[in-house]
Design a protein around this ligand. Sequence first.
Ligand code: MG
Length: 380
Amino acid sequence: MRTISLLGSTGSIGRQSLDVIAACGASVAAITANSSVELLEQQARQFHPKLVVCYDPAAASDIRTRLADTDIRVASGMEGLIEAATIPEADTVITAVVGNVGLRPTLAAIKAKKRIALANKETLVCAGELVMRTAKEYGAEIIPVDSEHSALFQCIQGSADHGEIKKLILTCSGGPFFGKTRDELKNYTRADALKHPTWKMGAKITIDCATLMNKGLEFIEAMRLYQVTPDQVDIAIHRQSIVHSLVEFRDNAILAQLGVPDMRLPIQYALTYPKRLPSVVEPLDLFSCPPLSFQRPDTETFQCLKLALDCARKPGVACAVLNGANEAAVGLFLKDQIRFLEIGELVAKALEVVPDGPADTLEQILDADRAAREAVYAAR
Ligand code: MG
C-alpha cells in the first residue's frame, strides 16, 4: 500500500482523500493546510504523519503549540509545502490545494519522481506544458483525480497510444444556473451560486461550476493531460452527473465511465491504479437511474466558458492569465464585492490588458498570473 503526502488535507478533496486512505489502509507521511488548524490537528492525531504544514505562518505557530506533545514536525509557507511534496517517505502526492499555489509543490514532487494524484487543475491550466514536459523528463506519473479526467483515464486504459483517441468528451452538470439567461443571472448572489445540483465541493470550484469556468479549465486540463488539440475535446451538458466523461476512438467506438457522483472513487483509483479495490462509494443502480441526456453548452450566456475555450487555442501565457484572473474574480465574488456576471467581465478585461508572451518558464507563468490578478483588482 502507498504512503501519501496530502497537500490540502482540510479542503473537500483533502477530507475525502483521508476517508479513502483510512478505508484502503494507506499511510500518511505529510498533510498540509492553509490555516484550518483545528481540523488539521485532528487529522494529525488520527493519521500520525511525520510532517504537518500550515501555509499561513501564524496558523503554523498555533499548530506547533497544539502538536507540542507529539513528535510531528511542523513547517510553514511555500517552503513547507515543497518539503511536504518531496518528503522521502511518500511515494504518492495528492495535490488537493486550491489555485495556483499548487504549482511549485507539484513541480517539486514531479522532480522527486512521486506519483502525482492531481486534484489541482489550476496547475495544469496555467503551466500545463511545463508540468507535462517535466513529468516526462523525470518519469513521474500524473494520475488525474478530477472526476472527468479520471473517467477519461479509465476509458483509455488498454488503448495502445493516444493516436487512437478521436475525441475526449467531458460531461458537465450545467451547474445551478443551467437554462438561465444573462438577464436572469444579473441578480444572482453568492448563496445562489453555492448551491450545486449534484456534487458537494469547495467554494471556489462551486462558483467555477456556476459560471461554467470549471468546464473551461477542465477542457484545457484535458488537452494538456492527453496531449490532444482543442478540436479533439468536446463538452456535453449532462444534468444527471452519472456519465463522468467519454472517449471516442478512431474506430468510432465510444467508452464511458459511469457511477454515482462521489469523488472518493477517482481519488481511490489514483492511489490504487492500475488495480481496483473495493470502495466505500455506493454502487450505481442502473434500474433506478433517471434517463441520461446530453446537450451542447450555452457559451453565449456563460461567458467564462467561451473565454476559456478561446484561451485553449492560444499559445503562451493566455491560460495562466485566464486562471489568475478567474481566481482573483471568484475571490472578490466570494467576499460579496462583485456581482455574478462581473466574474466573466473581469476575466475578459484581464485577458485584454495583460500582454501575451511565452510560457516556457515558471517565472513567465507566475508573472502572467500576477499581472492578471492586478488587472482584475484595477478594473473593478
Ligand atoms: Mg471535475
